[in-house]
Design a protein around this ligand. Structure first.
Ligand code: SF4
Length: 213
């Protein structure tokens, strides 16, 4: 099993480092060569180059929103798809405006599109936010398929729920990036609770509290 997160040698980042952990994934030269060949694919190669170029050009200065625009320009993506959460519709409107002001076409689809009630996909009453009342289900497959139908060049997500975002990534034909990762208790900054995992958020991450509401 690979455990790069616990590695103290970081030989991959420091050329010439003689030692690597026994379970370093770089020991498997054959597999690594096979993987590296995938950068020969023109789209993968260009995206890899341009992502690095954006990183270099705006390092520490450009927020993610600007980075998405810069990458889209460099890749020739002019028609962008935004899959957003109903809870972030105000933010979605602002984002749409920024993109349009910058010359992009924007197709946006809300998570509740379709208007299906949660019980139609077998979601239990007790798992709803307000049991006994109508709640529209999140419909990330429709968000992806509608953007596919609109032939967007590049898609991004704004606040989709954990797991719903996975379905969106699964069904989107265009490549996807995440603009806003939803975190309802951390102002959509999931890194915040990680930074405070040893202090203010320590009880939240204890195994015995993981399933409590
Ligand atoms: S790739 Fe190897 S050297 Fe790099 S972090 Fe993982 S285990 Fe450490």
């Amino acid at each position: 099993m690979y455990t790069c997160a616990s590695c103290t040698l970081l030989a991959c980042c420091k050329p010439g480092t003689p030692d690597r952990p026994k379970n370093c994934p770089m020991h498997n030269a054959e597999l690594n060569a096979e993987i590296f060949d995938k950068y020969g694919d023109p789209e993968n190669r260009t995206l890899s180059q341009q992502s690095a170029a954006v990183e270099g050009a705006g390092y520490g200065r450009w927020p993610r929103m600007r980075e998405i625009m810069e990458l889209a320009r460099r890749m020739g993506y002019t028609r962008l798809g935004m899959a957003f959460c109903a809870g972030l519709r105000k933010e979605a409107k602002i984002i749409e405006g920024i993109l349009r002001d910058n010359g992009f076409e924007v197709v946006s689809i809300i998570c509740k599109t379709g208007g299906h009630s949660k019980e139609t996909v077998g979601i239990a009453e007790e798992d709803k936010l307000s049991p006994g009342k109508f709640e529209a289900m999140c419909n990330p497959i429709a968000q992806a398929e509608l953007l596919n139908e609109q032939q967007t060049h590049f898609n991004f997500t704004v606040g989709l729920c954990v797991g719903h975002d996975s379905l969106f990534y699964k069904y989107s034909n265009a490549l996807v990036t995440t603009l806003i990762a939803k975190d309802r208790v951390a102002a959509h900054n999931p890194a915040g609770p990680i930074y405070c995992a040893g202090s203010y958020f320590r009880n939240v991450f204890k195994p015995e509290t993981r399933t409590s509401r």
